[in-house]
Design a protein around this ligand. Structure first.
Ligand code: NDP
Ligand code: PYC
Length: 340
């Protein structure tokens, strides 16, 4: 309430106040308390970490999607365990993160009991960063890998039309005496969100990011968004990883491929209705020298080799320490959504 009552403009706000404001927006737009809290925390933490493609920039898209009726902000997921190491979660057209959190405790128990477990979430919408999903596993001493498919906006290497989503991959592992190793990125040359941000700012992209509607390489983000396409990162290699993500996520959840997402009956919809998978491993079962100690040794060798940082370290070092700068315009818009 404090964040709303204060007539602050173009100033700094704590991550906690931002999450509070965002949760109110989600609730106002049809989300249950649980969904609102989870999505708000995800979005505020992305903004705090400087991951702007999935921070408050996304709120317009969340709101227009919720208002379009494409997603159910109050969905109640269904969870079943067809095998001791396999959890199937049906998000029932809700957001992926609350469905995941509902099954998480059971999933962790299965990882610890079996050494490894798999979770397949289907009929879910993931519109945020993945690192908030995987990082807590590493903080609990576990290894996690998560994959998500999205909507067709990336042309497979050698193909002529978009078929893959931006298909992010996220990995987290515990490191003795240091930050968990966490990487999380789109398997396209860049995230679709960053293309939209560049288009809004009137900024050209570096070469090699995508093509226009004729398949001609372009640096103009508007041409990529308007009938054009991104390309996978790293040519045929990234394309194969993106292909694996499509197959693993749609195939193992029983959900949709990115190219099957059809939101045409819901103008304003932006959140892909697909799926998410998790593989969790308990390194306590590895035997020999402990994984976490070996990981610590590995990181110090990387440091000896001249590496000054590693994925996950920057965010871990800055956690909880900084207020977030929000422009006057963004702050006004968020408050309008929260009240309207
Ligand atoms: P980036 O290209 O920005 O890469 C981010 C990753 O690379 C992070 O793990 C980051 O670690 C690491 N990294 C970046 N620079 C360095 C460096 N110099 N040294 C070491 N590590 C580095 O990511 P994207 O733009 O592709 O994706 C951004 C976000 O978008 C992700 O969170 C992703 O989940 C999300 N996304 C979500 C989608 C969805 O369907 N929900 C679709 C596509 C993307 P660190 O954080 O420590 O800096
Ligand atoms: O930025 O590529 C992206 C994206 C797709 C779905 C959610 N984010």
């Amino acid at each position: 309430e404090q964040a709303l009552d204060t007539q602050r403009t173009g100033q700094r706000i704590t991550e906690c106040d931002l999450a509070f404001l965002l949760a109110r927006i989600f609730r106002r737009n049809g989300c249950s308390e649980r969904t609102a809290t989870v999505l708000a925390a995800n979005c505020a933490s992305a903004e705090a970490a400087g991951s702007l493609s999935h921070g408050i920039f996304r709120i317009d898209g969340y709101v227009s999607t919720l208002r379009s009726g494409w997603v159910d902000g109050a969905a109640e997921p269904q969870i079943e365990a067809p095998a001791p190491g396999y959890l199937r979660v049906d998000a029932r057209n809700g957001f992926a993160q609350p469905a995941f959190l509902q099954a998480r405790e059971d999933f962790v128990a299965r990882i610890r009991a079996n050494g490894i477990a798999f979770m397949a979430i289907k009929d879910s919408h993931h519109f945020g960063a993945l690192w908030p999903d995987v990082t807590p596993f590493a903080e609990e001493g576990l290894i996690a890998l998560s994959l998500v498919n999205s909507f067709a906006c990336s042309i497979p290497a050698g193909a002529e039309k978009p078929l893959f989503g931006t298909n992010p991959i996220a990995f987290a592992a515990p490191i003795e005496g240091s930050a968990p190793l966490v990487f999380d990125f789109a398997t396209t040359s860049m995230a679709n969100g960053d293309v939209q941000i560049a288009a809004r700012a009137g900024r050209m992209l570096p070469p090699g990011m995508g093509v226009d509607s004729n398949g001609t390489p372009t640096c103009n983000p508007k041409e990529i968004l308007d009938g054009g396409s991104l390309v996978p990162f790293g040519g045929h290699k990234g394309s194969a990883i993106s292909m694996m993500i499509e197959l693993m996520v749609a195939g193992l959840t029983g959900g949709q491929f990115s190219f099957e997402v059809d939101w045409s009956a819901h103008p304003g919809a932006q959140t892909p209705r697909t799926g998410q998978i998790f593989i969790g491993i308990d390194p306590e079962f590895s035997g020999g020298a402990g994984f976490v100690e070996k990981a610590g040794e590995f990181i110090s060798r990387l440091s000896d080799a001249g590496l000054t940082t590693y994925p996950g370290y920057r965010r871990w070092k800055g956690r909880g320490t900084q207020d977030i700068g929000i422009s006057t315009e963004d702050y006004r818009r968020l408050n309008e959504y929260a009240q309207g």
